[in-house]
Design a protein around this ligand. Structure first.
Ligand SMILES: *[C@@H]1O[C@H](CO)[C@@H](O)[C@H](O)[C@H]1NC(C)=O
Ligand SMILES: *[C@@H]1O[C@H](CO)[C@@H](O)[C@H](O)[C@H]1NC(C)=O
Ligand SMILES: *[C@@H]1O[C@H](CO)[C@@H](O)[C@H](O)[C@H]1NC(C)=O
Ligand SMILES: *[C@@H]1O[C@H](CO)[C@@H](O)[C@H](O)[C@H]1NC(C)=O
Ligand SMILES: *[C@@H]1O[C@H](CO)[C@@H](O)[C@H](O)[C@H]1NC(C)=O
Ligand SMILES: *[C@@H]1O[C@H](CO)[C@@H](O)[C@H](O)[C@H]1NC(C)=O
Ligand SMILES: *[C@@H]1O[C@H](CO)[C@@H](O)[C@H](O)[C@H]1NC(C)=O
Ligand SMILES: *[C@@H]1O[C@H](CO)[C@@H](O)[C@H](O)[C@H]1NC(C)=O
Ligand SMILES: *[C@@H]1O[C@H](CO)[C@@H](O)[C@H](O)[C@H]1NC(C)=O
Ligand SMILES: *[C@@H]1O[C@H](CO)[C@@H](O)[C@H](O)[C@H]1NC(C)=O
Ligand SMILES: *[C@@H]1O[C@H](CO)[C@@H](O)[C@H](O)[C@H]1NC(C)=O
Ligand SMILES: CC(=O)N[C@H]1CO[C@H](CO)[C@@H](O)[C@@H]1O
Length: 476
C-alpha cells in the first residue's frame, strides 16, 4: 500500500510535469532575458550604418526604457529631468546621439548649415537617428557635454525639408542623386518629423509626417497584390516593383511610430482622422502580408514570390507591428498569427512549425526526442549579459544571429549576419512583452478570412492534460 502510494505520487508528478513541459514548450515559447541580451550585444557590435544606429536607438528605448519610447502610453514629450533610476538604461541611446553629433561635421566634410546627421546617399536614413538626438537635447545632454543637439536636429530637419528633391506632389526622395521612393523611408523620416513637431510644438511638422506617409502609400501600395507595398518606385535606375517583405515591415513600423507620436501628443484630439488613417494603413499591410505567410511561419523575402527564400528578419519586424497595433488601436485581428510567428522565431532547435491549415497551426517540439532544452549560457539581464551565444534555438545561430535573413545591403540576396534583424527581434520582444503585460488582448481571436488561425489546439492540450490527470488519479 505504501509502495503503491509512492509510485502513484511518482506517476502523478511525472505526468503533470511532462504535460506542463510539453505545454510550456509548445505554447509558452519565448526568448529568455539572456537570449535577448545576446541579441542586444550582436546589434551593438554590428550597427554602423545610419539606419542601423537609428533602429538600434529606437529598440533600446522600447526594450530598456519604455517610458522614453514613443510607444509609452504616457504623454509626449517625456520628462525633461531623467529619473535617476533610468539614467543607466538611457545611457546607450544618449551615447548614440553623442557619437553621431560629435562626428557629424567630420562625416559631412565640415560644411555648415543644413546637413544630415551623417553622410549618406539615402536621404531619410540619417533622420532615423534624429529621435535620439532630439531626446538628448530635450533632457539637457548639451549642458553636460557641450554639443549642440538642437542645432544638429534643426540642420537635419532643414536638409530634409529644403535640400532634398521631391515628387511634384511633395514626397521627399529617399535618394540624393534622383527622385526615388523606397518603402524603408517611412520608418526613417516621418517619425523624426512627427517627434520634432511634438518637441517644438509645431503642428505643421506633425502634419508633414502624416503627409509623407500618405504620399509614400499613394506611390507604393499595390492594389494588384492585396495592397502590400512595392519596394522602390520612380527614378532613372534602381526601381524594384517587387513586394519586399522587410520594406512592408519598415512601412508598418514607421506608420505606427507616427501614429503613437500623434496619439500621445498635444495634437492628439485635433488629428483624429490622421491617426485613424495611419491605423487603417498598418492594418492594410497586415491584411495583405499575412495572406502570403509561408507555412513554415516565415515570410518569403518577396512576400508574394514563393521562389524567394524565407526571411526571419521581416517576420520579426511585422510581428512587432501586430502587437503595437493591438496596444495602440485595439486591432487584434492578426494577433494569433503573429503569436505563431513569434513562437516559431523563439522555438528550440528541432521544433516543427506548420501554420498552413486554418485552425490547426502549430509550433511544437518533436515528441519523439528527449533533447533539446535550450540552456542559455547566461542569466544576466539584457544590457550586461556576458554570454557569447544562443545554443539550441531553431532560428538563431550559435552566436546569436537571427536566421535565415535577407542581406540588408543587398536586398534580393540571403545574408548571414544582419544588424537590422537583431533590432527587429528586440522590437518584437519588447512589443510582445508590453502586449502580455497589458492582458494579451486578442490572443483568442477567431480565425479570419486572411489565413490567420486561432491559437491552436490550446483546447486539445487542455484535454490531454485533464485526461492524463484523470487516468493517473483513477490508477491510484
Ligand atoms: C523608477 O522609480 C519610479 C519612482 O520614482 C518608479 O515608479 C519606477 O517604476 C522606477 N522605474 C524603474 C525602471 O525602476
Ligand atoms: C566619423 O566620420 C568619419 C567620416 O565619415 C568616419 O570615417 C568615422 O568612422 C566617423 N567616426 C565615428 C566615431 O563614427
Ligand atoms: C575638417 O576639419 C578637420 C579639423 O579641422 C580637418 O582635419 C579635416 O581635414 C577637415 N575636412 C575637410 C574635408 O575639410
Ligand atoms: C554614395 O554613392 C557614391 C556613388 O555610388 C559612393 O561613391 C559613395 O561612397 C556613397 N556614399 C556613402 C556615404 O555611402
Ligand atoms: C531642445 O530642448 C529645449 C528644452 O531644453 C526645447 O525648448 C527646444 O525646443 C528643443 N529643441 C528642439 C529642436 O527640439
Ligand atoms: C542646402 O541648400 C542650401 C540652399 O540651397 C545650399 O546652400 C546648401 O549647400 C545645401 N546643403 C547641402 C548639404 O546640400
Ligand atoms: C514649423 O516648422 C517649419 C519647418 O521648420 C517652419 O517653417 C515653421 O515656421 C514652423 N512653424 C512654427 C509655428 O514654428
Ligand atoms: C494593376 O494592374 C493593371 C493591369 O495590369 C495596371 O494597369 C495597374 O497599373 C496596376 N496597378 C498597380 C498599382 O500596379
Ligand atoms: C504544412 O502542412 C501542409 C499541409 O499538410 C504541407 O503542404 C506543408 O508542406 C507543410 N509545411 C511545412 C513547413 O511543414
Ligand atoms: C520570383 O523570384 C525569383 C527568384 O528570385 C525570380 O527569378 C522571379 O522573377 C520572381 N518572380 C516574380 C513574378 O517577380
Ligand atoms: C492596454 O489596453 C487597454 C484596453 O484594454 C488600452 O486602453 C490601453 O491603452 C492599453 N495600454 C497600452 C500600453 O497601450
Ligand atoms: C514575459 C514572459 O513571459 N517571459 C518569460 C519568458 O520565458 C522565461 C523562461 O525562459 C520566463 O522566465 C519568462 O517569465
Amino acid at each position: 500500500m505504501r509502495r503503491r502510494m509512492t509510485s502513484c505520487k511518482c506517476l502523478w508528478s511525472l505526468v503533470t510535469s511532462l504535460t506542463l513541459f510539453v505545454y510550456d514548450k509548445a505554447y509558452a515559447q519565448n526568448l529568455s532575458a539572456a537570449d535577448v541580451g545576446i541579441v542586444t550585444q550582436r546589434l551593438a557590435q554590428s550597427a554602423t550604418h545610419s539606419w542601423e544606429y537609428g533602429a538600434r536607438a529606437e529598440v533600446l528605448l522600447e526594450l530598456n526604457t519604455p517610458s522614453y519610447s514613443v510607444f509609452s502610453p504616457t504623454s509626449l514629450p517625456p520628462p525633461q529631468q531623467i529619473p535617476s533610476n533610468l539614467t543607466s538604461s538611457l545611457s546607450d541611446v544618449i551615447g548614440i546621439a553623442h557619437m553621431i553629433v560629435a562626428n557629424r561635421s567630420t562625416s559631412n566634410g565640415n560644411i555648415t548649415g543644413p546637413q544630415p546627421l551623417m553622410s549618406d546617399n539615402a536621404t531619410g536614413d540619417p533622420a532615423s537617428i534624429g529621435v535620439a538626438v532630439l531626446l538628448a537635447n530635450w533632457t539637457g545632454q548639451g549642458a553636460v557635454d557641450g554639443l549642440d543637439y538642437a542645432g544638429a536636429a534643426r540642420d537635419q530637419l532643414e536638409f530634409l525639408l529644403s535640400n532634398v528633391s521631391r515628387t511634384h506632389d511633395g514626397a521627399i526622395s529617399q535618394r540624393t542623386d534622383q527622385v526615388q521612393l523606397w518603402s524603408d523611408f517611412v520608418y526613417m523620416a516621418p517619425p523624426f518629423l512627427a517627434y520634432y513637431g511634438v518637441m517644438t510644438g509645431n503642428q505643421s511638422l506633425v502634419q508633414e509626417a502624416y503627409n509623407q506617409v500618405r504620399l509614400y502609400r499613394k506611390y507604393l501600395r499595390d492594389s494588384n497584390a492585396s495592397n502590400i507595398w512595392k519596394h522602390i518606385q520612380l527614378g532613372v535606375y534602381g526601381t524594384d516593383n517587387g513586394h519586399w517583405s522587410t520594406g512592408n515591415g519598415w512601412a508598418a513600423a514607421g506608420m505606427l511610430r507616427v501614429l503613437s507620436t500623434i496619439k500621445q501628443s498635444q495634437f492628439s484630439s485635433s488629428m483624429m482622422s490622421q491617426q485613424q488613417d495611419l491605423a487603417d494603413w498598418v492594418q492594410e499591410i497586415h491584411d495583405g502580408m499575412y495572406s502570403y505567410l509561408d507555412s513554415s511561419g516565415l515570410f518569403h523575402n518577396y512576400a508574394d514570390n514563393s521562389s524567394t527564400f524565407t526571411d526571419a528578419s521581416s517576420t520579426a519586424l511585422l510581428a512587432s507591428t501586430v502587437y503595437r497595433l493591438s496596444l495602440l488601436w485595439g486591432v487584434d485581428k492578426h494577433i494569433p498569427i503573429a503569436e505563431l510567428c513569434r513562437r516559431t522565431l523563439s522555438a528550440p532547435a528541432g521544433s516543427a512549425a506548420n501554420i498552413s491549415t486554418a485552425g490547426t497551426g502549430t509550433v511544437s517540439v518533436p515528441s519523439s526526442t528527449t533533447t533539446p532544452t535550450p540552456t542559455p549560457t547566461a542569466s544576466a539581464p539584457y544590457a550586461s549579459s556576458t554570454a557569447t551565444g544562443i545554443p539550441g534555438l531553431l532560428h538563431f545561430t550559435p552566436d546569436g544571429w537571427l536566421t535565415p535573413v535577407v542581406n540588408p545591403y543587398s536586398y534580393p540576396d540571403q545574408g548571414q549576419q544582419s544588424p537590422e534583424s537583431e533590432a527587429f527581434v528586440i522590437a518584437m520582444q519588447a512589443a510582445w512583452r508590453d502586449w502580455v503585460s497589458n492582458g494579451t488582448t486578442g490572443a483568442n481571436a477567431d480565425a479570419n478570412a486572411n489565413g490567420a488561425v486561432s491559437p491552436l489546439a490550446r483546447v486539445s492540450w487542455a484535454w490531454i492534460v485533464v485526461n492524463a490527470m484523470v487516468v493517473t488519479f483513477l490508477l491510484c
